[in-house]
Design a protein around this ligand. Structure first.
Ligand SMILES: [Zn+2]
Length: 148
């Protein structure tokens, strides 16, 4: 089964989102709560009126870690790999690929939708002050094999 086939129907909405340095997540039409991970009902008011909308990707790193091992061949070639949990200003906590220099809690980054070399959806976080997010993404180790 490929990764898309392994996703539940709601999460399949993540595929095909713009990969342009912006962040698109589900947003409740009734109360405006931003949802992550994707759901069928709003986490705040239980409405089922959720739509994919561009949201503010500003975030603070909560915790970061460095992976020294991976079962995925694509990742194994690029170890060590850096990931972090980030609190979005828009509400949810997400996990994203980061650069080594950003692997510390408390720093401000910007989160964006991305896809990896196999087309699997993922999130990346990069310098919030980057003038050109796509250039910043392409300059990092985690996007060398990713489509921008
Ligand atoms: Zn709601």
């Amino acid at each position: 089964m490929n990764r898309l086939g392994a996703r539940n129907p709601v999460s399949r909405g993540l595929y095909g989102l713009p990969v342009d340095g912006s962040l698109t997540l589900q947003v409740c039409a009734d109360c405006a709560a931003v949802q992550y991970p994707p759901r069928e009902l709003c986490r705040a008011c239980l409405a089922d009126a959720l739509a994919w909308r561009r949201v503010d990707g500003s975030a603070t790193v909560l915790a970061a870690t460095t992976l020294a091992h991976s079962l995925e061949e694509d990742f194994r070639a690029r170890l060590p790999w850096h990931v972090a949990s980030l609190a979005l200003d828009a509400g949810p906590v997400v996990f994203a690929h980061i650069e080594a220099r950003h692997a510390r809690s408390g720093i401000r980054l910007r989160v964006a939708n991305a896809t990896d070399a196999r087309g699997a959806w993922c999130l990346v976080a990069f310098d919030a002050a980057a003038r050109d997010p796509l250039a910043a993404l392409q300059a990092t180790q985690h996007t060398q094999g990713m489509h921008a």
